[in-house]
Structure formats: structure tokens, C-alpha cells
Design a protein. Structure first.
Length: 155
């Protein structure tokens, strides 16, 4: 079991509780050799505040895919419902997996999912960074301290 004590890092910081959670989740992720690569995906930066996740989901229809945002996690799941239509298909080669999957993406603060589109076997999930005014940098005025001198005359 791997444990890391992050308390020395947090002595000089305020509000980074989520960083410890992310590090803990990364340690719980299976080793690279055991990690699934299905379905393949891309993450691209479209503009300064816009991002897109594109995932290859050949064989899946809109009703087979579920896109959910839960706090700072984006969860994409897919499951093809097999129809019992009586036609038994015999495959000589089956390269299109159509197997169930779940992909999780950790979203940074202020990242919002704005939509999802399925086009030509690719699922495109659009994301945007929306920083509220109160979270944007602002200049704090430094004022001189004025103290009244009581009972003494100024020289």
C-alpha cells in the first residue's frame, strides 16, 4: 500500500484540499500495463478557454451513451443493448468491439461541460472555462495608515 503525507506541502497554502484528493485518486489508478485504452480519445484545446474531448465510439448510438457531470468529474459510459431479433450474425473477424465502457475525466475548477455531439462514430464533448468575476485577479489598493496623535502638537 502506498501512502504519501502531503501535510508539508500544505503548510504554506490555503484551499488546496482537492489536490490531495487528486493525488490519492492517481495512486488508486491501476498500473499502466493494466489500464484500459478503450475507447481511444483525444483532448484538445480549441481556444484559450474552450476544450473538446473526442472519443471514438463506433457502433454506439446516442441512446447507448451517457455523459454525466458529478462535481468535478466527467463520466462517460457506453453500453450497447443487444436486440434479440432472431438474426444470429456470424463474424469472420470482429474488430468493432461495442463493449461497455466507462471513462472518467477530472475537471479543473470553473470548467463547465457545454454539450455533447455524436458525429461519424466520434463523441465530441465541449467544455469551457468560465471564471466568475469574484475569482478573477483584482488589484488591492494599499492605503497609508493615518494615526491621530492625541494631546501632542505636531512640530
Amino acid at each position: 500500500m502506498r501512502t504519501i503525507d502531503f501535510s508539508p506541502m500544505f503548510r504554506n497554502s490555503v484551499g488546496f484540499d482537492r489536490m490531495a484528493q487528486l493525488a490519492d485518486a492517481a495512486l488508486r489508478t491501476p498500473a499502466a500495463g493494466n489500464q484500459t485504452t478503450y475507447p481511444p480519445y483525444n483532448i484538445e484545446k480549441v481556444s484559450e478557454d474552450d476544450y473538446r474531448i473526442s472519443m471514438a465510439v463506433a457502433g454506439f448510438a446516442e441512446q447507448d451513451i451517457d455523459v454525466t457531470v458529478n462535481q468535478n468529474s466527467l463520466i462517460i459510459t457506453g453500453k450497447v443493448e443487444k436486440a434479440d431479433d432472431g438474426d444470429a450474425r456470424e463474424f469472420l473477424h470482429r474488430g468493432i468491439a461495442e463493449r461497455a465502457f466507462e471513462r472518467r475525466f477530472e475537471l479543473a475548477d470553473f470548467i463547465k461541460v457545454t454539450g455533447a455531439d455524436l458525429e461519424n462514430g466520434l463523441l465530441h464533448v465541449s467544455l469551457v472555462r468560465e471564471i466568475p468575476e469574484e475569482a478573477k485577479p483584482r488589484k488591492i489598493e494599499v492605503r497609508p495608515s493615518v494615526k491621530a496623535i492625541e494631546g501632542k502638537k505636531a512640530a
